[in-house]
Design a protein around this ligand. Structure first.
Ligand code: SAM
Length: 225
């Protein structure tokens, strides 16, 4: 049974699109989408041998070899021009790793119109990359599963402007203020405040700078709670 996290990622995949799922591990996401009849063609990319073999096994055991091509390689390098990929999903990694995969392989994105990204942490790195490379946020979702909080960002081509605050917390998520959003950022603010309290016991310019940085972030995020 597919996790709520991956189901939510899947819910943003448009019908009949050609998908590349990068860092696919067991290839659960493309298998689910083909079974549901949403898509009929996908590439599952993996750079680590174990997960690559899991993906191959899964695809064979579900009899989906004609639909899902499991490829070994780093990030977007598994995509070729002939594939005509329109949608890329990258889920279950840190935001900085997702951003670096996109940056390294950005010349592979010419046919791609939708990026569905699910960072486990530091979604900010993705928002920064998006602005730099002229992608804009179409949708944002935050959800909790098994005591972990995940963000999902759907990017389409275009320009956007984000404030420092929106870069950090998300322009849509901070407007929606869902209970999960409030929980995540209340926890973060409390954690930063705890560090500030510790830093207050110390001296030195470096300590003061670190404290100032945290206090700025606390003030920024608190405005959205
Ligand atoms: N996407 C699946 C999910 O969300 O459940 C699997 C997530 S798993 C935690 C991350 C996977 O990404 C691992 O299998 C890892 O081998 C793969 N990975 C990490 N960096 C990668 C890269 N540069 N290119 C391709 N795969 C990568």
């Amino acid at each position: 049974n597919l996790s709520t996290r991956l189901r939510t990622v899947a819910s943003f995949v448009k019908e009949n699109t050609t998908l590349a799922d990068i860092g696919s591990d067991h290839a659960y996401l493309p298998c689910f989408l083909v079974h549901e009849g949403v898509i009929s063609k996908a590439i599952a990319g993996e750079v680590v041998k174990g997960p690559f073999e899991s993906a191959q096994k899964q695809v064979i055991s579900e009899g989906l070899q004609n639909n899902i091509d499991v490829r070994f390689g780093n990030g977007l390098e598994v995509i070729t021009a002939n594939d005509n990929v329109q949608t890329v999903t990258i889920a279950g990694m840190g935001g900085p790793l997702i951003a670096s995969i996109l940056e390294t392989g950005k010349e592979k994105l010419t046919t791609v119109d939708t990026l569905i990204l699910q960072p486990n942490v530091h979604a900010k790195a993705i928002r920064e990359w998006a602005i730099q490379e002229q992608w804009k946020i179409d949708q944002e979702v935050i959800l909790e599963e098994h005591d972990k909080i995940y963000e999902i960002l759907v990017l389409v081509k275009g320009q956007m402007k984000l404030s420092e605050k929106e870069l950090l917390v998300g322009p849509i998520l901070s407007k929606d203020k869902s209970p999960v959003y409030l929980k995540k950022w209340t926890n973060e603010v409390n954690e930063w405040q705890r560090i500030v309290d510790e830093l207050n016991k110390l001296q030195g310019t470096e300590v003061q700078q670190k404290k100032q940085l945290l206090e700025n972030k606390i003030a920024l995020v608190k405005e959205t709670l």
